[in-house]
Design a protein around this ligand. Structure first.
Ligand SMILES: Nc1ncnc2c1ncn2[C@@H]1O[C@H](COP(=O)(O)OP(=O)(O)OP(=O)(O)O)[C@@H](O)[C@H]1O
Ligand SMILES: [Mg+2]
Length: 267
């Protein structure tokens, strides 16, 4: 069974005192359990809209979204969201206390939650940093604490919306290399949003490309038949790059020129 399924999903935003805007229309997508799925598309095409609906933060205005066949009715512990930037950490709690926070709220015993928090800090490469507080840590470290924190709740899947966008270029490369390893080790499925082709190929087993908005939908999917070791300079990597680039290029152009149009029925 598919892990996630979007069937003819539509999202129309109806802002107060402004014309309605069709963000996605007839959006169809399935992802598989264990998959590291990267959703790629030009700026403003509707990627965050899709993720927010999957997270249960936004309700679709049409169609259906299901996880393991169950319709989504709101946010749930099965889907953990990693936000962009690191503002969601508590500055007054140490790294390990931040990671175990959710477990503490759920009444997990002190010993069990400390053990699990340490395990996930170790998994993201932060053992030895347990007692530091967020202001003493770098941006990349804080982002890894966030990831450890959501993994500690052992969700079915991670939802990530450009989580590394605020990091400097080097840290970002490092995080990309570690992220696949972390997802594999934690055996978690990932739904990852980016507008960076390189990032999608570094991370994904499969890449979905969205059309330019309004009324965006999925243009196509590409399987990334690369092993665990991925290098941007390998010819196999560049072959995938070319394939993805060909698919997304027209959409970026359309989006830049504002050529796409809303469907008739909502104008
Ligand atoms: N609450 C809202 N009300 C009205 N329009 C909205 C709202 N949220 C998003 N939109 C519009 O829907 C479209 C899709 O937005 P969304 O944030 O999903 O795009 P995105 O692909 O994530 O963009 P980016 O790459 O810049 O993050 C945009 O045109 C945006 O202006
Ligand atoms: Mg976005």
């Amino acid at each position: 069974m598919a892990l996630v399924s979007f069937r003819r999903v539509e999202k129309v935003y109806r802002p107060h005192r402004a014309a309605p805007y069709v963000a996605v229309h007839e959006f169809e997508l399935e992802t598989e359990p264990g998959e590291f799925f990267c959703l790629l598309g030009p700026s403003g095409c509707g990627k965050t809209t899709v993720l927010n609906m999957l997270a249960g933060f936004e309700e679709p205005t049409g169609g259906a979204i299901a996880i393991e066949g169950n319709p989504i009715r709101g946010p749930g512990r099965d889907r953990a969201v990693v936000f962009q930037g690191d503002d969601s950490l508590f500055a007054w709690l140490s790294a390990v206390e931040n990671v175990e926070f959710g477990l503490r709220m759920r009444g997990v015993s002190r010993r069990a939650r400390r053990e699990r928090a340490r395990h996930y800090l170790d998994l993201v490469g932060l053992s030895g940093q347990e007692d530091k507080h967020p202001p003493q840590l770098s941006g990349g470290m804080k982002q890894r604490i966030q990831i450890a924190r959501v993994l500690a709740n052992e969700p079915l899947m991670l939802l990530m919306d450009e989580p590394f966008a605020a990091l400097d270029a080097q840290t970002r490369l490092l995080m990309q290399e570690q992220m696949r390893m972390i997802a594999n080790a934690a055996k978690t499925s990932v739904f990852f949003i980016t507008h960076d082709i390189d990032e999608a190929i570094m991370l994904g087993n499969r890449i979905g490309v969205m059309k330019a908005g309004p009324a965006s939908t999925l243009k196509g999917r590409i399987d990334v038949a690369l092993g665990e070791e991925r290098h941007r300079t390998d010819s196999a990597f560049m072959d995938v790059y070319r394939e993805v680039y060909e698919m997304i290029r027209d959409e970026v152009l359309k989006s830049a020129k504002g050529m796409s149009r809303q469907p008739e029925h909502v104008r």
